[in-house]
Ligand binder design. Structure first.
Ligand code: GDP
Length: 445
């Protein structure tokens, strides 16, 4: 998402980056270019207007005050203003003084609510909550079943209507779900609700009725970032209908222009709290305006990367690995396999690489990154015996042939992997000695 926007804005900086002095004409040219890029990305017009007016004014002030490195200054101004339209500093979820905290999800059908319920449930669990998901979407034929599946994946129980338990009445399901949560002392309740393909009064009334029945601490409006211009209109309809306290942007992994989603915080005055970036229950993160701005300006999002690493990594295991790397070099292929599996828990390799600074310029290589390459590496190591994994020196020609057959690869691939493994091992040892990121270092592949 935002690849095009990102390219255009970073390109517009090229002309000013190295300049010792900026003229008003330089500023006007850059701001116009950014303005066009934002409009083309579907950012709402009033938001674009506000953005460009603010940037232009601040940039001119910076030039007038003869600030050092005005090009860099301009980038900072654009960054800060981008953070502003994305809703500024992140806030935490509103939690109930007396649990359970009730979180209601609202949005159009297909926005990603049910998927989000699972992601949010898992996230809440990680935060130390005991969440319950409540299936109040009885509109879509398969929604209850789908929620049960995502609940299972997330390891979070689901309250669903049973015969005699309010079948067909979503308000009743929400009410009994909440009562159950109170009774069993769940600390958080996530209520999934029905959406239609377009905003309609009946659907909005149902959301309002559910809201009034469970009195939520947060109503999260789930917005499909791929729906383009309609996003703003839909957000306004929900704001004026059931109302909401925060936004979740879903499908941010798509390659649509996505700019409308960038406008939603400014247009509705409610912050974006979370981002959904894929179909898996782990494709989910807190939304931080400053990090999103950094990503758009291709300055990378290392903080999110580190957080995901922290979530996926088992601290003890990571420490043990770092110790091995720094120590007498007994880092084996067995350890490598363990490390690879931990990395994979963080989600797609491609997505992780995309968060590194400067990756915008390498987008083509990134696009051609083949996730299956990692599968092949894993298959190779799995086809080795424990002895081979601890002591790769014994890998002679016939062993390599056997491994190639077992893993469905070729001897050439195995040779290449072993070569890279040796190199990576040396590199990681150096990083670990220098107090580098330890267990996270260089994956051969
Ligand atoms: P609901 O009708 O609002 O409950 O929407 P669903 O949760 O059923 O999602 C609709 C479709 O979008 C499903 O196929 C999901 O797998 C998919 N989906 C949801 N969130 C994301 C996301 O962040 N990225 C992508 N690529 N797909 C998503």
């Amino acid at each position: 998402m935002f690849a095009n926007l990102s390219d255009r804005i970073t390109a517009s900086f090229k002309q000013v980056r190295g300049k010792g002095r900026l003229s008003e004409a330089d500023i006007d040219a850059t701001v116009s270019e950014i303005r066009r890029a934002l409009l083309e990305a579907d950012v709402a017009l009033p938001v674009v207007r506000q953005f460009t007016a603010n940037v232009r004014q601040q940039a001119k002030e910076a030039v007038a005050s003869q600030a050092l490195n005005p090009g860099q200054q301009l980038i900072k101004i654009v960054n800060d203003e981008l953070v502003e339209i994305l809703g500024g500093a992140a806030r935490d979820l509103h939690l109930a003084k007396n649990p359970p905290t009730v979180i209601m999800l609202a949005g159009l059908q297909g926005a990603g609510k049910t998927t989000l319920a699972g992601k949010l449930g898992r996230w809440l669990r990680e935060q130390g909550h005991t969440p319950l998901l409540v299936a109040s979407d009885l509109q879509r034929p398969n929604a209850v079943n789908q929620l049960q599946i995502v609940g299972e994946r997330a390891g979070v129980p689901v309250w669903a209507p049973e015969p005699g338990n309010g079948v067909g009445d979503p308000v009743q399901v929400a009410r009994t779900g909440l009562a159950h949560a109170q009774d069993k002392q769940y600390s958080a309740v996530v209520v999934d609700t029905a959406g239609r393909l377009g905003v309609d009064t009946e659907m909005m009334q149902q959301a309002i009725d559910i809201r009034d029945a469970v009195d939520p601490h947060e109503i999260l409006f789930v917005l499909d970032a791929m729906i383009g211009q309609d996003a703003v209109h839909t957000a306004e309809a929900f704001r004026d209908g059931v109302g909401f306290t925060g936004v979740v942007l879903s499908k941010l992994d798509g390659d649509a222009r996505g700019g409308a989603a960038l406008s939603v915080a400014t247009v509705t005055g409610q912050p974006v709290l979370f981002a959904s970036t894929g179909e898996k229950v782990t494709d989910f993160e807190r939304f931080h305006a400053d990090r999103m701005a950094s990503r758009i300006l291709d300055m990378g999002d290392v903080l999110t990367l580190i957080e995901q690493a922290e979530r996926a990594f088992d601290a003890d295991e990571a420490e043990e690995l770092a110790g091995k790397l720094a120590g007498d070099g007994d880092f084996t292929l067995q350890d490598f396999l363990a490390q690879l599996q931990q990395l994979r828990k963080m989600g797609s390799m491609k997505k992780m690489l995309g968060m590194l600074p400067g990756m915008g310029q390498m987008r083509e290589q990134l696009e051609s990154f083949d996730e299956r390459e990692v599968d092949r590496v894993e298959a190779i190591v799995r086809s080795m015996t424990p002895a081979e994994r601890t002591n790769p020196k014994i890998l002679n020609g016939s062993r390599r042939q056997r491994i190639a057959r077992g893993s469905g690869t070729t001897v050439t691939e195995i040779n290449a992997l072993m070569d890279r493994f040796d190199k990576a091992k040396t590199m990681m040892r150096q990083m670990a000695r220098n107090g580098g990121p330890g267990g996270m270092g260089g994956v051969p592949g």
